[in-house]
Design a protein around this ligand. Structure first.
Ligand SMILES: [Zn+2]
Length: 428
């Protein structure tokens, strides 16, 4: 038998170590016997791995659990306060920042309006300021900083943490978001698009818990989707999976999208498109409520339309229904292709009214194959605006405890001060 190095687990033990840790930290198993049942590992191997995780301060052998007759089992728990994570979810028009423990619980959170088009320097400097504010607010932080997670409203090459040709983010193309934060905080940094982190959030602690095949659609200024496939986030070969906003749904050269192509879904049914359509209706005198919004602020927003619709304004209702039908038609194709058990609708526009969701639901059920919709659920996001920060924390922690990353920092006790981990290990 090989002598095990005390600081570095042998290659063959890492798989079982990660497996055991995942079961405990995701609250799927609370005792050694549950671990044996769930992982298929032997009792001896489970005992050894648990012992190692306790020794390394990642798991604790806490209170006695409920007895089922014999000696009550010791309850294992993940030491979520061994460290903390800083996350920022940058949207087109907002920034959400949070400090979480290693199980994704939010310790402190702040959000405010922002403009992604102001460019990376302005937006990321503001994120720094808000991070500092959150840290100052707490007298005692849970452990050291273990990692940083950033979401941005555009395509991201996950391996490098760089936005690639993002249509609504001028100045961000190829910007080294990871390097910038890694240098400042000396911690591993992961970057993904805002919809992927939202999907992770809903899947880990929102309406999608327990589902294995989920499509999470964000309808904000633009439209995008995050995909959970067979129990994991599907980022695709480069990290651009789910960019459904730029599927062509109309053959009309006069409707040009921000990406430069004609007829994109986003150009017809996204928040910016809705706002434009609402403003036109206001100017043409077709809706008094939208006219009032235009007079008051000089423009009409998607939120104004949702509000007007909630008061029964027929023009606003028709706009939301038309947008919902367009999104629903796209989703019907996705349902036929991917067969999810759940579609989650979130984002600022979807959050604000029922008409849009109703139209999406009706179109999806009418236009998808019966077998695909037999048990299909279409639900609104349950985490609302916080899905992004919760998901960004899950992204960081999942990556830190991935097989590729954990072998690089376990010998040190914690990943603090090791930004290179993220560069070496960004598993899709
Ligand atoms: Zn487009």
């Amino acid at each position: 038998m090989a002598v095990r190095d005390a600081s570095l687990p042998g290659d063959e033990t890492v798989d079982s170590l990660v497996m055991v840790l995942d079961e405990v930290r995701l609250s799927r198993a609370r005792s050694r016997s549950e671990l044996v049942a769930r992982t298929g590992l032997s009792r001896a191997v489970v005992a050894q791995r648990v012992g190692e995780l306790i020794e390394r301060g990642l798991v604790s052998d806490g209170s006695l659990g409920p007895s089922t007759g014999g000696r009550p089992p010791r309850q294992l728990s993940f030491r979520a306060r061994a460290g903390h994570v800083l996350v920022a979810d940058l949207g087109a028009t907002s920034i959400d920042v949070a400090l979480t423990t290693l199980d994704g619980q939010i310790v402190a959170h702040v959000d405010e309006p922002a403009d992604i088009a102001a460019g990376p320097e302005a937006c990321l400097t503001r994120a720094d300021e808000l991070f500092a504010e959150l840290r100052d607010r707490r007298r005692q932080l849970p452990g050291d900083l273990w990692g940083v997670g950033i979401g941005v409203p555009g395509p991201v090459e996950f391996r490098t943490g760089r936005p690639i040709s993002p249509p609504i983010m001028p100045g961000w193309d190829g910007y080294p978001v990871r390097e910038r934060f890694a240098e400042r905080y000396g911690a591993p940094v992961w970057v993904d698009n805002d919809v992927n982190i939202m999907a992770l959030g809903e899947w880990r602690s929102g309406v999608a818990v327990g589902h294995r095949d989920v499509v999470v659609v964000k309808i904000g200024t633009g439209i995008g989707a995050g995909i959970i496939s067979d129990g994991r986030l599907h980022r695709g070969a480069q990290g651009s999976a789910g960019d459904v906003g730029h599927i062509q749904v109309l053959d009309d050269p006069t409707v040009v999208c921000r990406c430069g192509n004609p007829g994109c879904l986003e150009a017809l049914a996204g928040g910016a498109a809705l706002a434009r359509q609402g403003e036109a209706a206001a100017r043409e005198g077709r809706s008094e409520r939208l006219r009032a919004a235009l007079d008051q602020r000089g423009h009409v927003s998607a939120e104004d339309i949702a509000r007007a619709a909630s008061f029964g304004d027929p023009v606003a209702v028709a706009l939301l229904q038309a947008a919902g039908r367009r999104v629903g038609l796209m989703l019907a194709s996705v349902v036929n292709f991917f067969n999810p058990s759940l579609i989650v609708i979130g984002g600022g526009v979807a959050q604000s009214g029922d008409q849009l969701l109703a139209a999406i639901r009706e179109t999806v059920y009418r236009r998808s194959l019966p077998l695909a919709t037999r048990d299909l659920l279409v639900q609104r996001s349950s985490l609302g605006g916080k899905a992004g920060v919760i998901g960004a924390a899950a992204m960081v922690v999942d990556q830190l405890f991935s097989r590729e990353a954990i072998v690089r920092w376990m010998g040190e006790g914690q990943p603090t001060g090791m930004p290179e981990i993220a560069v070496a290990a960004s598993s899709l």
